[in-house]
Design a protein around this ligand. Sequence first.
Ligand code: UTP
Length: 291
Amino acid sequence: MQKVRKAVIPAAGLGTRVLPATKAMPKEMLPIVDKPAIQYIVEEAAASGIEEILIITNRGKSIIEDHFDYAPELEMNLQANTAKHDLLAESVKTAKLANIYFIRQKETKGLGHAIHCAKEFIGNEPFAVLYGDDVIMGENPVCAQLIHAYETFGKGAVGVKEVSREAIRQYSSLKLSPLEQNYYHCTDMIEKPAPGEEFSLFSILGRCVLPPEIFAILAETKPGAGGEIQLTDAMRELARTTGMTAVDFDGIRYDMGNKLGIMQANVETALKHPQIGADFREYLKNIAKTL
Ligand code: UTP
């Protein structure tokens, strides 16, 4: 079994659900308290043993590259002030998390098309995909949970959760049978099912580990829901032929692609924050009394 060493983070979407914030600012750079969403995702990949990360960007997202680079002027300034050495360490840390590479998706043709842009980078090995707007927090990094499933069952793995009947219209729906513990065997799936088309309320949320065979399938995948080349449509081929493993993962997932998800991520993270957690809790309690 080949080791999973590489990951792809697609971050080339238009982020229309978060306009106007995302007009000039990539949604992946929106902060959760004091760290951009994409940093949580890169940290999850690094904590899962990933060595090489390809971030798929597009025009106007070069600040993502700046964030994972050194910032000499800022860092010289912080270096000169001993009281600011903690901040210096934080700033430098982002440049050292992993080997990070960038490529541009030149046209926004969908998530499947974005992943296809990673073909040369990945070559002939399995890889993880961490969607750039899905932040998942927890003790045990979800990417590592999926790599474990890939290594245990020898099939592509998807991270899943049960969602509401209303939410499933926006996501994917999976045909599953139980394997053991939190693992399921997946034999079919559909993207954005119309009422009555869903297989179950289990949906893929933000993470998968794929074999390199996915690229040949993506090359043939026609535009699907919303006129976009859907990764789900390519994974459906894998599910129908070799089968995939669905992992009901351990972790809290925040959808940074919509305004409510962004606020939930911020409130819950602020409550746990070492610097502002206690004050924020008091503030929130007072606000709650007025509601
Ligand atoms: P979404 O469909 O949630 O992103 O894609 P979006 O297109 O930005 O959303 P809207 O405009 O608010 O509806 C899921 C992930 O796939 C990436 C996005 O950046 C996000 O991380 N993506 C999507 C691409 O990289 N390229 C694409 O062409 C589409």
